[in-house]
Write a protein that binds this ligand. Sequence first.
Ligand code: HT7
Ligand code: ZN
Length: 891
Amino acid sequence: APTISRHDYRPYPYRLPEVALQFDLDAAQTRVRSRLVFERVGDENQPLVLNGQDLDLESLALDGQALNASQYQLQDEMLTVFPKTARFTLEITSLCRPAQNSSLMGLYVSGDKLFTQCEAEGFRRITWFPDRPDVMSRYQVTLRADKERYPLLLSNGNRLQAGDLPDGRHQAVWEDPHPKPCYLFALVAGDFACREQTLRTRSGRDALLQIYSDRGSENKTQWALDCLVRSVQWDEQRFGLELDLDRFMVVAARDFNMGAMENKGLNVFNSAYVLADKDSATDPAYRAIEAVIGHEYFHNWTGNRVTCRDWFQLSLKEGLTVFRDQEFSADMLAQDLSGAEAASARAVKRIDDVSTLRIAQFPEDAGPMAHPIRPESYQEIGNFYTATVYEKGAEVIRMQHTILGEAGFRAGMDEYFRRHDGAAVTCDDFVSAMESVYVQQNPGKNLDVFRRWYSQAGTPRVKVELAYDAARKTCAVTLSQHCEPVGIEKLQSPALPKPPLHIPFALGLLDQQGRPLAIEHGGRALDTVLLELVDERQTWEFPNIPEKPVPSLLRDFSAPVIVEFERQDAELTLLAQHDPDPYARWEAVQELATRQLLALVRAFTDGGEPVVHPGLADTWRGLLRDPGLSAAYKTRILSQPTEKELLEKTSPMNPAAVVQAGRHLRGQLGQALAPLWLETYHACADDAEQYRPDPLSSGRRSLRNLCLHYLMAAAHPEAQALAAAQYYGAGNMTDRMGGLSALVHFSAGAPSQEALNHFYEQWQQDPLVIDKWFALQAGAPGTTVETVRALMLHPAFSLRNPNRARSLIFQFCMNNLQGVHTPQGYEFWAEQVMALDELNPEIAARLARAFDNWARFAAPNRDAMHDALQRIQRHPALSRNVAEIISKALK
Ligand code: HT7
Ligand code: ZN
């Protein structure tokens, strides 16, 4: 497949201000008539190139004159015509086949309904069109369909007209007043239930908010609607951004490749991010709905009003919108709180986001798919909806927020919209808007060094050196940065130099008793200073430091870097007890646990004695008892680093020892703190019938479930009965899953199987709950390839439904380290990648990334993974998506 490079961008030679589309919808064959009015931008005689995929061209007319095959070119999924005038109208009739479209891109069937997914390049599966984000048009869309089968016909914008047609058909005409690129086009047809609410926006307009779902699911859409209301209000308050539509619709789809899609005024959602009630959704699912509803809503400004010039700029909208949804979620957690309580509530969200970054993005940034947040090239853009573009992209936005401060960032956002509203722009345009504020704050400086975050891949390492001068009472802090070559950079010889980045590094100092020390910096005395590292190495000296301090580093995770600082466990223990920055405190505890786990990994690898340091249990006991910490925060700080995080830190990677170490430590901590786990378990019990997904009670439920896991891991004599009682007596899905997961993870045999059977009997009608049932089994300790193959034969399993494939196949291949890291596991994975690729290349390519890190394993595993990768590569009909992933993994 050809490689597309960022530098090859050329503006489209035509404008397309008006688009009229008419759909004769039918699952087997849909006819699309388009009327496109083009205006030439530059020189004469420029060919007009349109994209199209899996379409039949029925007719083509230029200014009313039918064109015959000699008057246009049709090859390589491109239709080229040769207009002679500066303004002309093209009329195209084409056919597509939704029922045969298992890729879920373009127009497709889900159940008995029709949906579209156009980002990134799905519109070309609907009709011939300039399928690129910098061509923005006003759309009028006529939808026609059988009225009984498709009683509801939705598209972007406002419904102008609706009425019956002959032969039991009907039509609806929609008009979107906002110019948009085709990737934001959507249509939905089918029979839906609707929950709606009118909301007055801050300028006094009434907007209709609607959530559409399958009939029978309407009792599960109240939370999503509430989240949408809060999103609209939050964007007004925090960013001054108002809803610009009379009608904002969210539609739940059972079959969906990603989380959701921000089509203008007609968001299409994976039903997992819409449907929730206490009996079927867990607390994290409620929070995920809030985040995704917020994310898609916030795209209305960051993505839709201002969009991307080309797909290399994807992080322009995704990084910024993830940052916005993270802030929204944090603000929702901290609602009604103030001071340290609010900070700790926000820190829970920050910890979750940093964990996601470390688990998903850091390995990506060190592996064969490493790329800057603004990639330089791709073969298939679908492969670049990555943790780097999204999560690291959000960190890059967050650093600008940190550097400019809340008010400065807001001023930069205002300037961004002032400059670019209604346009398709670049990441650089965003930084320039922020820079206009930065230069006011810092005369003579600019963001040139900061811009390198957009072009440089890899996770930088920041080394910290601290020199205390007791005589002068000064403390000198030296930061130096370094970023290893990654991905294709490693193949370049000599290695290209990687210049330094602009790294905001938040630092605090504690005395030897753990009390905060005031740091004099920039004429002020501060608890936390923000050091702006822009050179390879810089030193700051702080006066009036009375004793050798204990540094609290990278507070609030102020930059996406790895910190290197040598210190004893005793210092980490002090920070674990006293650091007033809740993020850095959590980090100290993680570091202590990681050190312990790595020692256990070494012991299990070399046959040594697996010793658990008693100091760790003491630290955890203190934290568990600390009345000043919220339950949600305790759950985070007392959770061990995940197996995947730990695996990344072993060399060569040793999954078996990592799993053993995790289990051993869990058991030891379970035993050492057993009475306290039990006491806390009971203290966290709520009236289950009074369920609300609020931060306080969900924090208690999460801590209670954590206690249960430790008690089970310790084989505490009461644990099994507690788990069973919690499972069978649960009044909400969070408690129920907590009980079931404890049984499935820790008590093999009858109790676990009985509970699983009971669960299936109870919930078989609810696909999202059955996804949890599959996922739990796929991730369970005893699960092998044989178990998964047997589950694939279950009547409820289907590879065609992405949520189901993710719940079983992905969960096993990507998260069950013990089960998958066997020759049979790798073979199974290869088989599933190839099977999925025939159905849905986007999903197959995500699974294909499971063993990106194969070269870092020891010999037998590494060779077996390599064989499996080669087997996929030899497959004769690989999609462009999977081919790109596999070829990069094997380079
Ligand atoms: N902007 C949306 C991207 C998306 C997507 C991309 C490729 C294939 C399917 C897809 N569905 C949605 C999601 C978002 O970031 O909001
Ligand atoms: Zn997004």
